[in-house]
Write a protein that binds this ligand. Structure first.
Ligand SMILES: NC(=O)c1ccc[n+]([C@@H]2O[C@H](COP(=O)([O-])OP(=O)(O)OC[C@H]3O[C@@H](n4cnc5c(N)ncnc54)[C@H](O)[C@@H]3O)[C@@H](O)[C@H]2O)c1
Length: 451
């Protein structure tokens, strides 16, 4: 675990100078490496919502509000009316995949949304055809890509991806673009010497270093093209010193990792509650059954390990066993994902939570979350695309910690610990928006109502 620093609420207002936020002009390109269940559900939802044929539930940029000023002022605008965000009708989608199927075919095959939601937008979906992917078999053993680029080495692969980005922007007439990784979870990789600086990473690209996975090539290409990159999977992609350095040097926003959608969302709601009430935890067993392609990929131990690491960090960081040994020092945390094809995208997640209270008496909580994986993830893709574009227009480069709210394994400065508690994350996100727009930050002190 990394060293802890002062709590978040004391890190706020005077931190840095408030940037000027440029207005969104023209169209926004949304680049999605990985045109699978999440990406097609996201695109379809945006197309439906902009025609008034569906509601973007789950998206805080579309439905969330933000309180401004005192509680008795009654100023609670929608987030979309408060900060200058790109509109749904401004979005233009570009994708890559290692299979050539268009978004219509993938949406039908993924069986996430029904035909009544597909047929009104079938023409538009059919026109979204993925560019060939940058793919190395060893990264995702369960997939045999047929629509892949050939290159002499990884540096050349990055150049091809950069050319794809430039061509997409030119052909679509977009000035700005953002990327959200919706591709598969890759095998677990730890940063090594190659990942430490821009120079070492570029050398390793040219040398075809095996520790650089496909997703990192997209990320590197995006940074070079000044396209903000958000990572929806636990892959290393953009979370290592060389990428942080390049993001600062090129003045580009980065964020990740791994969309926080189902079981981990619940964990980061409940664990802070136990800690706030000084209730003990002796064990938390989480298991899932999942039958989509993501589930198939995660059935491979090397790929599951990436997800496992991402899911396991949450409790340690929230509950701080070293600080509360009697409450959390003995906790046992286990996470399983079982590939079970009949369920498709309709994941079922079970949690058994063993807690204890006054005098050590044990109690249990059971959660059975019958969720829909891509239905939960799609609104996060939208919010991340719009907020990353906002960050870029506000000149906020490097790690966007205020977007931790959306991630299982939030990226953070190396000497800080990640903020996992959903309520701290939400406060951080909203205070960042207030700060960007020159509004007072909210501390929830509230003494002045009574003085
Ligand atoms: N749905 C959720 O709730 C959720 C939550 C957290 C994270 N995620 C992550 O989001 C990602 C997408 O999930 P999904 O359900 O859409 O999976 P999916 O398998 O349906 O789609 C992933 C797509 O990525 C493609 N792909 C793999 N490697 C690629 C590469 N190098 N270049 C281009 N394309 C590539 C695959 O061919 C596939 O079409 C996964 O990594 C998943 O773990 C999903």
């Amino acid at each position: 675990m990394t060293m802890r620093s002062a709590p978040t609420h004391t890190e706020s207002s005077s931190e840095s100078k408030r940037p000027k936020v440029d207005a969104p002009q023209g169209k926004l390109g949304v680049l999605l490496p990985g045109l699978g269940a999440v990406a097609t559900t996201f695109i379809a939802g945006c197309l439906l919502a902009r025609r008034g044929l569906g509601q973007p539930f789950g998206s805080i940029t579309q439905l969330g509000t933000i309180r401004l000023g005192k509680r008795n002022e009654g100023r609670v605008p929608r987030i979309s009316d408060f900060v200058p965000l790109a509109g749904l009708s401004d979005l233009v989608f570009g994708t890559w995949d290692i299979f050539p199927d268009d978004a219509l075919t993938v949406a039908r095959e993924s069986k996430v949304i029904e035909e009544r939601h597909i047929s009104p937008i079938a023409d538009e979906l059919g026109k979204i055809v993925p560019m060939a992917g940058a793919f190395y078999q060893e990264d995702v053993k369960r997939l045999r890509g047929t629509h892949v680029k050939a290159a002499r080495n990884k540096a050349e692969m990055v150049e091809q991806l950069r050319e794809d980005i430039r061509r997409f922007k030119r052909e679509q007439g977009v000035e700005r673009a953002v990327a959200v990784w919706c591709g598969s979870t890759e095998r677990f990789v730890e940063p090594n010497a190659a990942h430490q600086s821009i120079e070492s990473f570029e050398k390793a690209l040219a040398a075809n270093d095996a520790s650089i996975t496909g997703s990192a090539l997209y990320a590197w290409a995006c940074l070079q093209e000044r396209v903000p990159f958000a990572n929806g999977a636990p892959n290393l992609s953009v979370d290592f010193p060389a990428a942080w350095e390049l993001a600062r040097e090129r003045n580009v926003a980065i964020a990740g990792k791994d969309f926080k959608t189902g079981q981990t969302l619940m964990k980061t709601v409940l664990a802070p509650a136990f800690k706030a009430r000084a209730l003990g935890l002796s064990g938390w067993f989480s298991t899932n059954i999942l039958g989509n392609r993501d589930g198939e990929v995660l059935d491979e131990p090397e790929n599951f390990h990436s997800k496992e690491v991402s899911k396991l960090g949450v409790l340690e960081h929230i509950l701080e066993p070293e600080r509360y040994p009697s409450l959390y020092g003995e906790m046992y945390h286990k996470v399983r994902i079982e590939y079970y094809p009949p369920r498709g995208d309709a994941k079922e997640g079970w949690d058994n939570i063993d807690i204890f209270g006054w005098l050590g008496y044990p109690m249990q909580i059971k959660i059975d979350f019958l969720c829909r994986d891509s239905i939960l993830a799609a609104p996060l893709v939208l919010d991340l695309a719009l907020f990353m574009d906002l960050a870029q227009r506000a000149n906020l480069s490097g790690i966007q910690e205020w977007l931790s709210f959306f991630f299982k394994s939030p990226m953070h400065r190396a000497d800080l610990y990640p903020e996992h508690d959903l309520f701290i994350q939400s406060m951080k996100l909203k205070n960042t928006l207030r700060w960007l727009m020159g509004e007072e930050l909210i501390t929830h002190l509230g003494r002045d109502y009574y003085d």
